[in-house]
Design a protein around this ligand. Sequence first.
Ligand code: ATP
Length: 343
Amino acid sequence: MPAIRTRGLTKRYGAGDEAVVALEDLDLEVAEGEVFGFLGPNGAGKTTTIDLLLDFVRPTEGDATVLGYDTQPETDAVRDRVGVLPEGFDLWNRSSGRRHLEFAIESQDGDTEPETLLERVGLDRDAGRRPVGDYSKGMSQRLAMAMALSGDPDLLILDEPSGGLDPHGIRTMQEIVRGEARRGTTVFFSSHILGQVAAVCDRVGILDDGELVTVDSIEGLRETAGVGSRLVVEIASEPGASVDELTAIDGVTDVTRAEDGLHVTYTDPRAKATVVHRLVESDAAVLDFDIEEATLEDLFAAFTGSNADAGLEYETDARLEGEEDSGRSGDRPFGAGPEEVDR
Ligand SMILES: Nc1ncnc2c1ncn2[C@@H]1O[C@H](COP(=O)(O)OP(=O)(O)OP(=O)(O)O)[C@@H](O)[C@H]1O
């Protein structure tokens, strides 16, 4: 049984000319125990997909099962078994972190101690006693992660989990994801931050403009996209070997002349030695060579035509800067909670 299965899942907001197609005909299977990265630029439809899986919004067409349960009639069974770290979550400023966890554990029928959860996300007891209104963004994000873990979920859904986290926090988050995977938890990790998805995920699905463009391992994506690494060869003289001759070498996908030398793109690492050898044989004076690894940005651009300017971010998540309430979180898991009490 797949942990997540969607068939023709489609969501349109509005009608007629005004309609926005947030998700189009999504067929997706995520295996049990898998860490699945759901990658796409801003507005691709990632949060909409998560909202559909949790029945926070209803599909225009198609259906989905989560852990074998139908997301619509069996919504409660789904939500009981899923831990969610939503994007743009709300916390109750005057309540302590510990109080949030007590509430989350109670509502998820969990039996983990709040202190254990605090420790897992790197918040100490003192932090747990403080009102969350005093928390930094990173501390709030850690608390939200702890709340997601509070019911010992079979499936963890993380929507942009690294927002506001410093590098240490990101490492903690990644360790938690790996730890959960070792315990057999399925993790659905949605992000527009490529490096973080690649660091923890077994497979990646790329969503662009509401459509699933591809699903594969990062290595598989590299091969399919042909965005190999690049060998830059500095030469003092014109090579005897022609560009066509070099391009014909197995594993080489492109050869261009540039100011700093020859740029040879390859998908098979063995090709680079053959290229240098052929150049030397053709009496080119090779002064130096350098290898530039293809980046995940290159990979993403190959599939979506996007680039960093089109909404991909690599360091901080600007949307969390002073924009805690997205206006769409009212019916999300943290939308209702403990009364605000001073502790
Ligand atoms: N309630 C809504 N009403 C109208 N349009 C919506 C609504 N929610 C989402 N959309 C639109 O659907 C599209 C997909 O949005 P969604 O939030 O799912 O994208 P996303 O991939 O999660 O983006 P981000 O990375 O910015 O969070 C966008 O064009 C968005 O404007």
